[in-house]
Design a protein around this ligand. Structure first.
Ligand code: DGT
Ligand code: CA
Ligand code: CA
Length: 610
């Protein structure tokens, strides 16, 4: 961990302790703010101190403590303060929805010192005996506990992909002449929103290289501990506490292993049932008929042999993909086989080729028509320096063009969101003027005038018509009052004639905050009728709407969606792949995603409502 993060952790903990002691709120806030500044700081804190640079929001006394830590490795005041409470008590701060006041009460009245104590007390009904504790409050704590337990062992997909890609990149680079195939499998390949452990499969040119691969893997800089070592599987724990399994596969079993270890378990079990009905046997080494291998090296061939069109990994959850796979095979592969004497794999490749040049054909085959990264033409939700983003309009423009985008929506926060430096009406006008000037200078419209406008508690918007009418796209979002039913609030925003997109519709934060209560049927119906797109917010800890809700919104209400990253830095544009992954898991076709439209189509769509 960098010194920045070590110090951030200390200051967060410090604030917790002061909270427990009932210290002055301004004092406590100063510690939390310092922690946040350190957490977000891009430069090494050691360099900042060495070069005598200023740290916004960190005063002289906290700065002294930072220096003490850098020089001695600890802060005396903090060490002393810590001793006043049992260390296990601080676990309770990790539970979403459990604040310092409640923790203090639980500690003082019921002697609850840890998560285990808390669980026990809930079981025994002790919490209800406290004044101010009702069934509803206990339910909320239970829900928080559940989320905490999941978050303890599941990591967000974006994080898993970074680790997996780092490992694959390093092994490929360092073992160029050894490795023939390498891929991640498991929930990472299925693009599930959270991942338990990371599964990586690899084949080597020659058996004699097996040790070399294991050795290289174990000695990667991110490894903290080797959990298991064997000739075909090595498991490690990374320094961030993530388990990674590396399996060395024989080349002839590559496809079968990829199929098996991609899962999901439910998909595999359903697939195995189909095998049994057709007299096949399937395991991670191959597909067999009468004890003879019929397919094993190629994953697609395994599905094809079973009369199934290969389903995209994102759909492999046993939620109808196998029925669909059979339908597609019968309608599109079987006729090719009937007409020409081709192998299964060649027939499949032939069809894939035709799809590439025939958009109408693609549209008919659901698995092929799922949105892909290549289809995405822009991102409509990016924050600039005008509000809480890190980059200027010019920097965003350049990054967007480098990324291959046709347009990029500058979506800053609106005036009510003071913590995120929301823009006054005057500032919006100034920003819009600058956007127009930049577009004029480059001779085309790339930067779009968007705002992420707060939906106020009564469902009205944070700006009046005179601001809204000048925007290319209006995004509306809830940023307050999460603990209530927000259906009516969303409905009113959806019916506003200027609103085009509802950002992060459920408000959930992965492993931190559940969705607020919403009657989704009502909201999806209204969105569909009012031509409002629902965001699939691709920011790594949002992924909101999630896969199941997006599936429902499309399937039952034919809603439209916008895959946006909500980037606050230009180096967060990559997160679009996480949004595309969730959209695919929701079976969303390309045409349901407005960010696949080209600019004229998009602007026309946005004006439909006005
Ligand atoms: P995770 O790691 O919890 O996020 O989820 P997965 O899906 O990556 O699960 P994991 O790592 O336990 O196993 C990887 C794949 O191996 C899984 O998706 C399917 C396959 N698999 C594991 N256990 C079983 C099993 O008992 N039966 C079958 N048919 N397949 C299994
Ligand atoms: Ca896994
Ligand atoms: Ca695993």
């Amino acid at each position: 961990m960098s010194k920045n993060l070590e110090l951030a952790k200390i200051f967060y903990r410090w604030a917790d302790i002061l909270d427990l002691k009932g210290d002055n709120p301004f004092h406590i806030r100063a510690y939390r703010q310092a922690a946040k500044v350190l957490e977000d700081l891009k430069e090494d804190i050691e360099d900042v101190i060495k070069n005598n640079k200023k740290l916004p929001g960190i005063g002289a006394s906290l700065r002294k403590k930072i220096i003490e830590y850098l020089e001695t490795g600890k802060i005396k005041d903090f060490e002393k303060l810590k001793e006043e409470f049992p260390p296990s008590l601080f676990e309770l701060f990790e539970i979403p929805g459990l604040g310092p006041k409640t923790i203090k009460l639980l500690y003082e009245r019921l002697n609850i010192k840890s998560i285990d104590d808390l669980e026990q007390a809930i079981k025994e009904g002790k919490l209800l005996r406290l004044p101010s504790f009702g069934l509803k409050k206990v339910e909320k704590i239970k829900k928080g506990l559940e989320i905490y337990k999941i978050s303890r062992d599941k990591i967000p997909l974006g994080f898993a992909l970074q680790i997996a890609n780092f490992i694959i990149g390093s092994l490929k680079r360092n073992l160029k002449d050894v490795i023939t195939n390498i891929s991640y499998a498991g929930s990472t390949r299925r693009m599930k929103e959270t991942v338990g452990d990371i599964d990586i499969l690899v084949t080597v040119k020659n058996k004699k290289f097996v040790d070399k691969v294991n050795e290289e893997f174990k000695n990667l800089e991110i490894v903290k501990e080797v959990l298991w070592e064997g000739p075909t599987r090595t498991s490690i724990l990374t320094k961030d506490g993530v388990q990674v399994d590396l399996r060395i596969i024989e080349k002839k079993s590559w496809g079968a292993a990829l199929q098996y270890f991609t899962g999901s378990k439910a998909h595999n079990i359903a697939l195995r049932k189909i095998c049994l009905e057709k007299g096949y046997k399937l395991n991670e080494y191959g597909l067999y008929k009468d004890d003879k291998v019929v397919a094993s090296e190629n994953e697609e061939e395994i599905y094809l042999t079973l009369g199934l069109y290969p389903p995209p990994p994102e759909l492999r959850e046993n939620l109808g993909e196998l029925t669909e796979a059979k339908k597609i095979f019968e309608k599109y592969i079987q006729p090719i086989l009937n007409k020409e004497k081709l192998s299964l794999l060649d027939a499949y490749k032939l069809l894939k080729e035709s799809i590439k040049s025939d958009e109408n054909l693609r549209k008919k085959i659901s698995f092929e028509n799922l949105v892909t990264l290549k289809d995405i033409k822009g991102d409509l939700h990016v924050h600039s320096k005008y509000s809480d983003g890190a980059n200027t309009l010019e920097e965003i423009l350049k990054a967007a063009l480098d990324f291959g985008y046709e347009y990029i929506g500058i979506a800053d926060h609106s005036k009510s969101l003071k913590v995120a430096n929301g823009l006054s009406e005057e500032e919006v006008k100034k920003r819009n003027y600058e956007i127009d000037k930049i577009n004029e200078k480059i001779g085309k419209k790339v930067l779009l005038k968007v705002m992420e406008v707060d939906i106020l508690p009564d469902g009205s918007l944070d700006y009046d018509e005179d601001i809204l009418k000048d925007l290319d796209i209006v995004i509306a979002a809830i940023h307050s009052r999460f603990n209530q039913d927000n259906t009516e609030r969303l409905l009113r925003a959806i019916e506003n004639k200027y609103v085009n997109i509802i950002a992060h519709p459920s408000g959930r934060i992965i492993n931190q905050r559940p969705s607020y209560d919403v009657d989704w049927d009502k909201v999806f119906k209204a969105a569909s009728e009012n031509n409002v797109a629902l965001e699939i917010n691709a920011y790594f800890n949002r992924l909101d709407l999630n896969d199941t809700l997006a599936y429902k919104a499309y399937k039952e209400y034919n809603c439209k969606f916008a895959i946006n990253t909500d980037s606050h830095f230009i180096d967060q544009f990559w997160m679009v792949i996480l949004g595309v992954g969730q959209a695919r898991r929701a079976w969303l076709p390309k045409e349901s995603i407005i960010t696949t439209y080209n600019l004229p189509e998009l602007l026309k769509w946005a004006q439909l409502k006005r």
